[in-house]
Design a protein around this ligand. Structure first.
Ligand code: BG6
Length: 493
């Protein structure tokens, strides 16, 4: 990992899909933030590429600073480095497009390095990359890097096909597959927490851990993305990528070193050791009408652009088992859903009960020792907490649960550095640690495909949970062994 963040070498940054939602909401704000913090080289231009004409003012309109002063200056200086170029992705206009990019590079003194961000649908990745090669965009002796949004492929077969086509033109060292969960502070903290602290590191195994739960719950619905989501569903949109990354960081063996290959070797190894899920290992759901934020909301099938009889899942919970000496017999429960009662992402590590019966509730003891739970709260309130049992004050022996808390956002502020800002910096700095290597994509699709192959039986019962709840009732049965789903204490409520 590049540490500390530093000024990136000059290059031309090309953002394809510049007028799209992702570019406006995430990429331009992240580039502006990098510029403001002095990490974008003064000779680095940003080329906003779109099919329809646009302007710098329009692209950056949402970024107008409210407080003026330094922020206004930074925005002004950043805007001066942005150029809009229209490109219709045809061979006829290709030479003019490449010439226009070269002109921008010459004008700014950016040199021959090119960083291309594909904020495009996955089926446009390869045709666009191939066109750029053909047009000579990457001629010269500068480095070339390509950043692809998730999901990379639709299943194992299509991902393989896509990868084979892309690697005809570029090798793995130029390919950056982005998963923004890897840029989230508390996800990145997992490695430090586990491998820099004997307090946690020593107990991170089957001897002490009973099971692990990872939850990413959203209150939002599909938000106008039905065209994409109808084909993806929760399994492809969230499980195959974000949940798998958190699982890998929580479960991997210590990497040999902190370089990109060592970390990614350790991550992929544990995904390869996942036991293929069978029918009883997962629960799928689709939301029915219900409530969100105190207001009635329609069911998934009534969202704009969704087929009225759609069988796309908006919820998935799965029991993942890892076949290795560290985790034999320790289930990892992963769940995610749209239109849930609360927005939160967290990993809860539940420790085994203390052996013996000393504190079993009887006449001498009131209450019972609760499980020790280590919670890594990814969002919205970032932090790490540990639940343990204490004696309540007063006569007798009354047991209660106490919480030790590292409130990350109290110390550092909420969302200190946005995930896309971290990842774009690493992309421009040429560090692949936080990007998904091909073998991880392949291993995760292989595991996830077993769920999509067996999904039809469950889809017949859709919709099966009301918006604003915690998912289908069958989810309770997934845990077994007297376990309960855990939601860490909401520290701000
Ligand atoms: C994206 C998914 O990758 O992650 C969206 O495509 C989802 O459907 C989003 O809403 C969740 O990200 P975050 O950062 O809000 O948890």
């Amino acid at each position: 990992m590049t540490a500390p963040a530093s000024l990136c070498e000059p290059c031309v940054i090309l953002v394809f899909g510049a007028t799209g939602d992702l570019a406006r909401r995430k990429i331009f704000p992240a580039l502006l933030a990098l510029h403001r913090r002095g990490f974008l080289h003064a000779r680095t231009p940003v080329v906003a590429v779109s099919r329809r004409p646009t302007s710098v003012a329009d692209l950056l309109a949402g970024l107008q600073p409210e407080d003026g002063g330094g922020d206004a200056q930074a925005l002004h200086a950043f805007a001066a480095s942005v150029r809009c170029i229209v490109f219709d992705h045809t061979e006829a206009t290709l030479p003019a497009f490449v010439a226009a990019v070269d002109d921008v590079a010459r004008e700014r003194g950016a040199g021959a390095a090119r960083a291309v961000y594909f904020a495009l649908p996955a089926d446009a990745f390869e045709p666009t990359a191939a066109l750029l090669v053909k047009g000579g965009l990457f001629q010269g002796d500068g480095w070339r890097r390509l950043c692809f949004e998730k999901p990379f492929g639709h299943d194992l077969a299509s991902a393989r096909e896509l990868n084979a086509k892309i690697t005809r033109h570029f090798d793995e060292s130029s390919i950056y597959r982005i998963d923004h969960y890897l840029g989230k502070e508390l996800v990145r903290n997992l490695m430090v927490m586990r491998f820099a602290n004997p307090l946690f590191g020593q107990i991170w195994n089957r001897e002490f851990i009973d099971h692990v739960q990872v939850t990413i719950a959203e209150t939002l619905g599909v938000e106008g993305r039905a065209g994409y989501y109808e084909k993806a569903g929760a399994v492809r949109d969230m499980l195959q990528n974000h949940l798998m990354q958190v699982l890998a960081l929580a479960a991997m063996e210590p990497p040999k070193a902190l370089d990109a290959d060592s970390v990614r070797d350790a991550m992929v190894e544990v995904v390869r050791q996942l036991v293929p899920p069978s029918d009883g290992d997962f629960v799928l759901g689709q939301f029915a009408p219900g409530e969100a934020g105190g207001r009635p909301v329609p069911g998934y099938r009534a969202e704009p652009g969704v087929h009225p009889a759609s069988d796309t899942e908006t919820f998935v919970a799965v029991r993942a088992c890892i076949d290795n000496p560290r985790w034999q017999g320790v289930p990892f429960y992963l769940r995610t859903g749209k239109r849930m009662g609360r927005r939160l992402a967290e990993a809860n590590i539940v420790l085994r009960a203390q052996p013996g019966t000393l504190f079993r509730a009887d006449r001498a003891v009131e209450g019972e020792p609760g499980p020790n739970v280590i919670s890594i709260r990814i969002q919205p309130y970032e932090g790490i907490s540990v639940e343990f049992t204490v004696k309540a004050p007063g006569e007798g022996l009354r047991l209660e649960t106490a919480v030790m808390e590292h409130c990350h956002h109290c110390v550092y502020g909420l969302d200190t550095v946005e995930a896309y800002e971290i990842l774009l910096h690493e992309f421009l700095a040429g560090d692949q640690t936080l990007f998904t290597r091909w073998d991880f994509v392949e291993a995760s699709w292989r595991w996830v495909d077993a769920i999509t192959a067996a999904r039809d039986g469950q889809a017949a019962a859709f919709p099966n949970y009301a918006a604003g709840t915690s998912g289908p009732a069958q989810v309770e049965g997934l845990l077994g062994g007297g376990r309960d789903w855990i939601v860490s204490r909401d520290i701000l409520s």
